[in-house]
Design a protein around this ligand. Structure first.
Ligand code: BGC
Length: 259
C-alpha cells in the first residue's frame, strides 16, 4: 500500500491553497494546488473549491484527515467572526458543512492558529519553552498563542484597540500597501503594536509570518522589543502544515486515526 498523508487547506481572501503534508518532515508531499477564492466567498462557494482540492489529491490523501483554516474565530467547528471574508460565514458550522460535502470529517481552525502550530512543530518556534506569539501580517493581523507547546486558540490580537484604532487597520501589511508607507514608517507602527502586545503577554519569543515575512530583513531589525522577534520559517506553508497536523491530532483524540 502506498503512503498517504493528511491534507491541509488554507482559505485566504484571494486564494485557497492545499497540499498533502508529510508530518515526519513538515514538508509538502506533493506540489501545492491553488485556486482563486470565489468573488462571492460564501461558505457554499468556498466548499465547492475545497471539494475540488480534496478530489485533486484523493490518491495521496486516501483516508487521512483534512484540516482547513479560515481567517475567522472558529469555536467547535462554528465560525464566529468574519473580519475579511463574507459575513455569511458567521454562525456556519463549517465542520458539519464539509462533512456533508466530503463524506468525511474535517477539522477547521483559525488561519493564524494553524500557522502557529506549523511554526511550533516544524519552524521558528520549535525549540522555545514558555510562551510564543506567532503573528501573521497580511490583509489583517492574525495571532497564535502557544504556551508550553499548547495552542490557546482564537486570541485575535490583531483587533486590539491601540490609540483609538483597530490595530490591524494601521499595522497590517495591507495598511502598509494602502498608505504606501516606507519600511521605517511601517516599522514605527509595528513597534507600537508589538510593544503593546508585549506589555500584556510577556512572550518569550515573537515569530512574524505572512507573505511580507519574506522581506523580514527590511523591518524586523528596526524593531526593539524585550523578546527576540524572528521571521517565520515555513512562510506561507505554515497554515497548511499546521492544519494537517491539527487534523491528525483531532482524529487521534477521537480514536479514528489510522497510520
Ligand atoms: C481575523 C483573524 C485572522 C487574521 C488573519 C483578522 O482580521 O479577525 O481571525 O486570523 O485576520 O487572517
Amino acid at each position: 500500500m502506498s503512503t498517504t498523508h493528511p491534507l491541509g487547506i488554507d482559505v485566504g481572501g484571494t486564494g485557497i491553497k492545499g497540499a498533502p503534508v508529510d508530518l515526519r518532515t513538515g514538508e509538502f508531499a506533493a506540489d501545492r494546488l491553488r485556486i482563486d477564492t470565489p468573488k462571492e466567498s460564501t461558505p457554499d462557494a468556498v466548499a465547492d473549491v475545497i471539494e475540488k482540492i480534496v478530489d485533486h489529491f484523493k490518491d495521496l490523501v486516501g483516508e487521512q484527515p483534512i484540516g482547513v483554516t479560515l481567517p475567522s474565530v472558529v469555536t467547535h467547528g462554528v465560525v464566529r467572526s468574519a473580519a475579511n471574508i463574507d459575513q455569511s460565514w458567521i454562525g456556519t458550522n463549517v465542520e458539519e458543512l464539509l462533512q456533508g460535502r466530503l463524506g468525511r470529517p474535517a477539522t477547521v481552525l483559525n488561519d493564524a492558529d494553524a500557522a502557529g502550530v506549523g511554526e511550533l512543530r516544524f519552524g521558528a518556534a520549535r525549540n522555545t519553552e514558555g510562551l510564543v506569539l506567532v503573528s501573521t501580517l497580511g490583509t489583517g493581523i492574525g495571532s497564535a498563542l502557544l504556551n508550553k507547546g499548547q495552542l490557546v486558540p482564537n486570541s485575535e490580537l490583531g483587533h486590539l484597540e491601540i490609540d483609538g484604532h483597530d490595530a490591524e487597520s494601521k499595522a497590517s501589511s495591507a495598511a502598509k500597501d494602502r498608505e504606501e508607507l516606507s519600511w521605517e514608517d511601517w516599522a514605527a507602527r509595528l513597534q507600537r503594536y508589538y510593544s503593546h502586545v508585549e506589555d500584556l503577554l510577556w512572550p518569550d519569543l515573537i515569530v512574524v509570518g505572512g507573505g511580507v515575512s519574506k522581506k523580514a530583513d527590511k523591518f524586523l531589525p528596526l524593531l526593539h522589543l524585550r523578546a527576540p522577534i524572528v521571521a517565520a520559517q515555513l512562510r506561507n506553508a505554515a497554515g497548511i502544515v499546521g492544519a494537517a497536523y491539527e487534523a491528525v491530532e483531532s482524529a487521534k483524540a477521537e480514536g479514528t486515526h489510522r497510520e
